[in-house]
Design a protein around this ligand. Structure first.
Ligand code: AMP
Ligand code: MG
Length: 354
C-alpha cells in the first residue's frame, strides 16, 4: 500500500474524512501523540488498526468525539462525575472509561463492557471528526511496544505501507498519551497517568485513586485494570537503565556507567536534564529537558527514545523525575521503557570510595 503524507488543508481533511467513512485508516496529529483512526462502530475497519500496529487484540482502543452529543450511542450512561470532568477538561488529554453503548464495535473495546472516550483539543482531529461525522477509535500511531510518535515523520517510519494517509500537523504539544480515568465504579481511578494530573482531577472530584501498576509491573495473577499496562512498552531497541539518587551522585554514576559500557564496546549514551548536559558532554548526552519542568520532559521523552533507535544505541542510562504531577506520567512511561530496571547511584559509586 502506498502511504501519502499530506500537509493539513481543506482537501487533505476532506480526503481523511472520506477514507474514514469508507472504513479505511488515517494517521493524524493530536495534542498528546499521533494516532491511527478508524470508525469506532465498524469492526472491520478497527481490525485494520490492530493489524497495522501489531497490537494485541485484547487491548481496547479509545474513542474520540468532538461534542457531548456524540456520546449518545457510544456510552450507555454518562456518570455525573464524568459530566463534571468533561466540563472542566474537555476538550483535552483526558480519557474517561464509561459503560459501553450499543454503537461501539466489540473490536474497539476488546470485548469489554466499558469504553474509553476522549474529546481531543487538537484542531486537526476536531476538523476530521466534524467533516466525517465519525467517532473514531484511535490508539497511538506506533508499532505495538515502541515509543509513540509525536510527529508525522516518526509516524511514517512505523506506518509506511500499512495505511493510506498520514496528515502532517507538526509536533504534538503534550508528548505523552492521555490520562485514562475509570469513572464506572467506586472511587475514580487513574489507570494511566497523562497530561491531566491527579491534582487537577482531585480539584474537581475530591479523592482520586491511582492504579497500583502505574509505577510497577503487573504482578503474577493481578488483573490488568487497563489492559495496555503491559510489562514492557514504550521501549527503544537498546536496554534502558534508570539511575536514582542525589543529583550529584546521579551525574557521577551515569558518567561512570556510560564510560564503562563504552569501553566494553557498546554504543552507550545518557538521557539527562538540560542542567547536566555539560557535565556529561563526553557520554553522548540526550537532553530530556529541565529538571524543574516535568512537562518539558514529557514533551521530549518519546522523541528522545525514538532518536536512540535511529542512532542504534544499545546501552542507555537515564535520570528520573519525581513521580508527581506530570512527572507521574513521565515515570509511568520511562519505567516501562526500562522494563523497570533501576539502579542506585550510591551503589555504583561505592567501589570508588572503598
Ligand atoms: P493507546 O491506544 O495506545 O493510547 O492506549 C489506550 C489505553 O487505554 C490502553 O492502556 C488501554 O488499555 C486503555 N483503555 C482503553 N479502553 C479501556 C477500557 N474500556 N478500560 C480500561 N482501559 C482502557
Ligand atoms: Mg499506545
Amino acid at each position: 500500500m502506498n502511504t501519502q503524507v499530506l500537509p493539513v488543508n481543506e482537501e487533505s481533511i476532506a480526503l481523511a474524512a472520506k477514507l474514514l467513512q469508507q472504513g479505511e485508516l488515517v494517521a493524524l496529529p493530536t495534542e498528546t501523540v499521533y494516532g491511527i483512526a478508524a470508525d469506532a462502530r465498524n469492526g472491520e475497519a478497527v481490525k485494520k488498526i490492530f493489524e497495522a500496529k501489531g497490537r494485541p487484540q485484547d487491548n481496547p482502543l479509545i474513542v474520540h468525539i468532538c461534542g457531548m452529543e456524540m456520546l449518545h450511542g457510544i456510552v450507555s450512561e454518562v456518570p455525573e462525575r464524568a459530566k463534571k470532568l468533561a466540563a472542566a477538561f474537555w476538550p483535552g488529554p483526558l480519557t474517561m472509561v464509561m459503560p459501553r453503548g450499543p454503537e461501539v464495535s466489540e473490536v474497539t473495546c476488546a470485548g469489554l463492557d466499558t469504553v474509553g472516550v476522549r474529546m481531543p483539543s487538537h484542531p486537526v482531529v476536531q476538523a476530521v471528526i466534524k467533516a466525517s461525522g465519525v467517532a473514531f477509535a484511535a490508539p497511538s500511531a506506533n508499532l505495538s511496544g515502541k515509543p509513540s510518535p509525536t510527529n508525522a515523520q516518526d509516524t511514517f517510519v512505523d506506518m509506511d505501507g500499512r495505511l493510506p494517509l498520514i496528515l502532517d500537523g507538526g509536533e504534538s504539544a503534550v508528548g505523552v498519551e492521555s490520562t485514562v480515568l475509570d469513572v464506572t465504579s467506586g472511587a475514580p481511578c487513574i489507570l494511566r497517568p497523562g497530561g491531566i494530573t491527579k491534582d487537577m482531577l482531585e480539584s474537581v472530584l475530591g479523592h482520586v485513586d491511582v492504579a497500583g501498576s502505574v509505577l510497577r509491573p503487573l504482578q503474577k495473577g493481578e488483573k490488568a485494570l487497563s489492559p495496555g499496562m503491559r510489562y514492557k512498552h514504550y521501549s527503544p531497541d537498546g536496554q534502558v537503565t534508570l539511575v536514582e539518587g542525589a543529583e550529584a551522585d546521579v551525574v557521577a554514576a551515569m558518567a561512570k556507567l556510560a564510560t564503562h559500557a563504552d569501553a566494553q564496546g557498546h554504543r552507550a549514551c545518557v538521557m539527562c536534564f538540560t542542567e547536566h548536559m555539560d557535565a556529561l558532554k563526553d557520554c553522548h548526552p540526550h537532553d530530556i529537558g529541565s529538571r524543574d519542568n516535568a512537562s518539558e520532559v514529557a514533551h521530549r521523552l518519546f522523541d528522545t527514545l525514538r532518536r536512540l533507535d535511529e542512532e542504534h544505541m544499545d546501552v542507555i542510562f537515564s535520570e528520573v523525575v519525581p513521580p508527581e504531577g506530570v512527572g507521574l506520567a513521565v515515570m509511568n512511561r520511562l519505567g516501562r521503557a526500562a522494563a523497570f530496571h533501576t539502579i542506585q547511584a550510591r551503589d555504583v559509586l561505592k567501589d570508588e570510595e572503598a
